[in-house]
Write a protein that binds this ligand. Structure first.
Ligand code: PGA
Length: 254
């Protein structure tokens, strides 16, 4: 019932021309479709328009996502991007609450919640990230920590179509480190996230995709997808090359 999703988070990588080349390679490799997998790419903001143009020209089965948004409509917020501005360049998804934004730029659960509401009011699908630090995991508090993040991030959110709200569980210690959580580690937390979503959204929780993220790659993706509550991956490093990203999409086909 939940369609699998592979989302690429390009982070602060790829100049405009590099982003266009990668988008062209993906469009070419996916010309025959994605075998039922929802594919999203999230380039840097200045690359959105160029990547979107390639997707349109080649009718690529790829959706465009941003990596951040601000919740106001417009105004004196230097450096920020409003939801309407994302829509205008073709973005239909947006990552929020990534641990790098929380850690380096002070994004709080309250911010994540406001961003989710603003995006949903504009018809953009949030990919809302959560995840614990190594310290929290070693203290055995990871499940409680992530459950609290989910409660705060979803506070007052109204969901009509559960396919239009996505969560990514990314243990911080596994991001970009080559250290993946085991599929069992991920299912433990993602199962608890699903249970929390049931408390918050009732039966709609069954339709919300929950992705795993943190050194996911072509070699380990299948193991995660065997777990009942894991619906795909948010991919950093392995999304920067068409070959590895496409291999992950292929391994995710049901
Ligand atoms: P990684 O990044 O796959 O390079 O670990 C994932 C993410 O931070 O979204």
């Amino acid at each position: 019932m939940r369609k699998r999703m592979i989302a690429g988070n390009w982070k602060m990588n790829k100049t405009y021309s590099e982003a266009v080349v990668l988008a062209e390679e993906l469009a070419c490799a996916l010309a025959d479709g994605t075998k039922g997998v929802d594919v999203v790419v999230c380039p840097p903001a200045v690359d959105l328009k160029g990547v979107g143009a390639v997707i349109d020209q080649k009718a690529a089965p790829v959706a465009l996502g941003a990596q951040n948004v601000y919740w106001e409509e417009s105004g004196a917020y230097t450096g920020e991007t409003a939801p309407d501005m994302l829509t205008a360049v073709g973005a239909t998804y947006c990552i929020i609450g990534h641990s790098e934004r929380r850690g380096y730029f002070g994004e709080t659960d309250e911010d994540v919640n406001r961003k989710a509401k603003a995006l949903m009011a504009h018809g953009i699908v949030p990919i809302s990230c959560c995840g614990e630090s190594l310290e929290t995991r070693e203290a055995g508090e990871h499940v409680a920590f992530v459950v609290n993040q989910i409660k705060a991030d979803t506070e007052g959110l109204e969901i009509t179509d559960p396919s239009k709200y996505v969560i990514a569980y990314e243990p911080i210690w596994a991001i970009g480190t080559g250290k993946t959580a085991t599929a069992d580690d991920a299912q433990e937390v993602i199962g608890a996230i699903r249970e929390t979503l049931r408390e918050v959204f009732g039966e709609k929780a069954e339709g919300i995709r929950i992705l795993y993220g943190g050194s996911a790659n072509p070699g380990n993706i299948a193991g995660f997808l065997e777990k009942q509550d894991i619906d795909g991956a948010l991919v950093g490093g392995a999304s920067l090359k068409a070959e590895s990203f496409v291999a992950m999409i292929e391994s995710s086909a049901e």
